[in-house]
Design a protein around this ligand. Sequence first.
Ligand code: SAM
Ligand code: DTB
Ligand code: SF4
Length: 334
Amino acid sequence: MSNDTVRHNWTLAEIRALHDLPLFDLLDKARSVHVQHHPNNELQLCTLLSVKTGGCPEDCGYCSQSSKHQKSPVEPQRLLDVDAVVAAAKQAKLNGATRFCMGAAWRSVKDGPAFERVLEMIRGVKAQGLEACVTLGMLTDDQARRLKEAGLDSYNHNLDTSREYYPKVVSTRTYDDRLHTLRAVRGAGIGVCCGGIIGMGESLDDRCRLLLELSSLDPHPESVPINSLVPIPGTPMGELPRVDPVDVARMIATARVLFPTSRVRLAAGRHELGREGQILCLYAGANSIFYGDQLLTTPNPEPGTDVELLQVTGLQPLAPALSDAAPLTATATA
Ligand code: SAM
Ligand code: DTB
Ligand code: SF4
């Protein structure tokens, strides 16, 4: 398969037909695309850090950090110091991560000291030889330009679900607000990390419409995170059932076929998939995971368990950009 098979004109019917194939036929297609474009059995390890936790004015129904969900267990915290973030990035690198992603529970970025501090964090992370990614909410063109100037590689801003289902998930912003920020990111020359969440009560067509929307972005997002809902008690989605691992694998395999050259990330919800569920998702075409015992506010598998996952699959962590990272061991610290 050559790059001319990177398509931006998929139809919903085509995507749904792919998604609904007999499982092994879908896996065969995804695997064939995967080995043509990502031949090295590589797995990208990204470590996440919440640099500003809680107190967010948006009302995303899945999120522990919304101030609208009074019963969520998350206590708001102030923006971390640059030194603490750089120390966490150094540790992430020692543990074998090559990408460091920082999340802030903001609706949008405000110009001022907090933004200046985030720019300093990005410079500090880049100085460690790590890829830097942030997710800060909505951005203006000028803010995107300043993030790029600070050395930012990638901006995470998820569409989360279909345009049709979006109002069931969040009422304080629109789908077009999200697309507007994605254009600002792309316009500044920053890589786009954009995906969604399954398991929020959406239909299979909604999942396929999300993929359709993402596939219409030109160029495609360099990275497509597929999150499974982590139900947080005290949020509107806190009582929803866990996603079936086979459903996650179907979503990942469909994304792999649609986004041949992108990284597809097996993101939130990995904890509950179990070892074999995760292996199925990696076989389906995921080539990136969050690595470290914490996502933003919820637990992630222990690094030692992930090292075993790499050993049992024979996957290799993506080589670090600089060579002073320690080799992975099952005792890697969080
Ligand atoms: N405030 C920023 C924003 O919304 O763009 C950045 C932080 S937000 C927590 C980053 C992403 O994490 C969300 O877009 C969503 O896809 C994912 N996420 C948040 N809570 C989740 C949950 N409980 N389960 C699964 N994914 C979740
Ligand atoms: C993404 O798509 N998933 C990550 C990252 N981008 C920022 C966040 C997952 C959050 C899971 C819930 C939590 O830990 O609060
Ligand atoms: Fe705020 Fe982001 Fe959580 Fe939505 S997902 S409530 S914008 S932190």
